[in-house]
Write a protein that binds this ligand. Structure first.
Ligand code: CTP
Ligand code: MG
Length: 407
């Protein structure tokens, strides 16, 4: 998809024991998404589009792929999903194993730090590229730190000016990370420690308070509050399509689509409408078969899923779709939705026009469309009392509403 030389491995295969949810931590709801979804949104927002590898619990790999493929492709980011291991270190190792050849810089990030902003990723990647060694974001330690023995006696106060609390994303030249992992014996607490043990220099750059890790329930509460503040502060600044794409939560979504086609000048043009051929009726003009009902449904489905519209997806002058029937567009639209993690709940569509008379074939049309969409499609029709282009018999309009739900 792109020829990026930067990869971000997002480790999300932990169980989240300390958070105490039934779901693995990365799949716990956050805002209108999940912890992983919010973390990925920041990664997708990087200045240079990275190659992204999500390391997920083995039984959630397909789900993660289906759920985020659409958003990744909307952000022009290549997304791989691989199964994790028993420890974080093993999970990172599995992420490294799947990296494409052209990758030169690797950032390793905890999904459990979902609010780390895109700028931190950009800065860490740029610093690795510039300096050629490991880069770790860190924050000064503000509390007084003491060394304490096993029975709770204070042994000494540690000079905190020499201390920093480490965050992720941590970035490394690919070769250094790969060879450090290949030779790592024991379990290290972070990637920087593992790489430093292999003799690679590691520098600290300023971290960001928002990159805190969600470990216990109070952390999740804090993340919810920060996210709510961010959404409240941002709506005008963030472009609408992007907001639509982030709202991929476990809630249904609706979309609306409208399409209009004029009757063809040539009286021999066949009419295709609502997936049916209508012998003896004047056909509609258009690059494809002019099936306004099918096209309106496509737009409603794509809008509901935040995937754009039929023009953007199929290209109105693409020769492959010249004369294509509505079912071609519909079937492909439903496939794209499934790929992005959506299934169709139902569709309702109303045809506006004088001809053809839909009532006698309504059940037949509903059955055909329902079969293609894989969910109930209901069809209604109306005239406009002689008013407007439909009233003058110049063409047909269709208005569709679609409901989609996370697959
Ligand atoms: N992680 C992973 N594979 C593991 C363990 C952890 O990919 N076998 C990931 C987690 O998903 C998380 C990050 O490493 O994004 C940091 O780990 P941590 O905060 O400890 O998460 P969990 O291990 O899931 O939580 P807990 O230790 O409370 O069980
Ligand atoms: Mg853990």
């Amino acid at each position: 998809m792109n020829d990026s030389t930067v990869a971000v491995i997002v480790v999300a295969a932990g169980s989240g024991t300390r958070l105490g949810h039934a779901e693995p931590k990365a799949f716990v709801p956050l805002g209108d998404d999940t912890i992983l979804g919010v973390a990925l949104e920041a990664v997708f927002g990087m200045r240079e589009r990275p190659h992204v590898v999500v390391v997920a619990p083995a039984d959630r790999v397909d789900e993660v792929r289906a759920r985020y493929a659409g958003r990744a492709s909307a952000a022009s980011v290549a997304l791989d999903v691989v199964a994790g291991g028993l420890t974080r270190q093993e999970s990172v190792a599995r992420g490294i194993a799947g990296l494409p050849r052209e990758i030169e810089v690797v950032l390793v990030h905890d999904a459990a730090r979902p609010l780390a902003p895109p700028q931190v990723f950009d800065e860490v990647a740029a610093a690795v590229e510039g300096r050629g060694h490991g880069i770790v974001p860190g924050l000064p330690v503000v509390d007084t730190v003491k060394r304490v023995d096993g029975s709770g006696h204070v042994l000494e106060t540690v000079d905190r000016s020499e201390l920093a609390a480490m965050q992720t994303p941590q970035g490394f030249p690919r070769e250094a990370l790969e060879s450090a992992y290949a030779s790592a014996g024991s379990d290290f607490t972070d990637d920087a420690a593992l790489v430093a043990a292999a003799g690679v220099p590691v520098d600290v750059v300023p971290g960001d308070a928002r990159a805190f890790k969600i470990t216990v329930p109070s952390d999740l509460h804090r993340a919810e509050q920060l996210l709510a503040e961010r959404i409240a502060a941002a709506p005008a600044a963030e472009p609408a399509p992007r907001r639509a794409l982030t709202a991929h939560a476990a809630v249904p979504r609706v979309g609306t689509g409208i399409d209009v086609h004029g009757f063809a000048d040539d009286p021999d043009t066949a009419l295709w409408l609502a997936g049916l051929h209508w012998p003896g009726e004047r056909g509609l003009s258009g690059h494809s078969d002019g099936d306004a009902v099918a096209h309106a449904i496509c737009d409603a489905l794509l809008a509901a899923a935040g995937l754009g519209d039929i023009g953007g997806m199929f290209g109105t002058d693409d020769p492959r779709f010249s004369g294509a029937h509505g079912e071609v567009f519909l079937a492909e639209t439903v496939r794209r939705l499934a790929e992005a993690g959506w299934r169709v709940g139902n569709v309702s569509v109303q045809v506006v026009g004088n001809r053809p008379k839909l009532a006698p074939r309504r059940a037949e049309a509903e059955a055909v469309l329902t079969g293609i969409v894989g969910a109930p499609v209901s069809l209604a029709a109306t005239t406009t009392d002689g008013l407007g282009f439909t009233g003058r018999g110049e063409g047909v309009a269709a208005i569709a509403t679609a409901l989609v739900v996370p697959a």
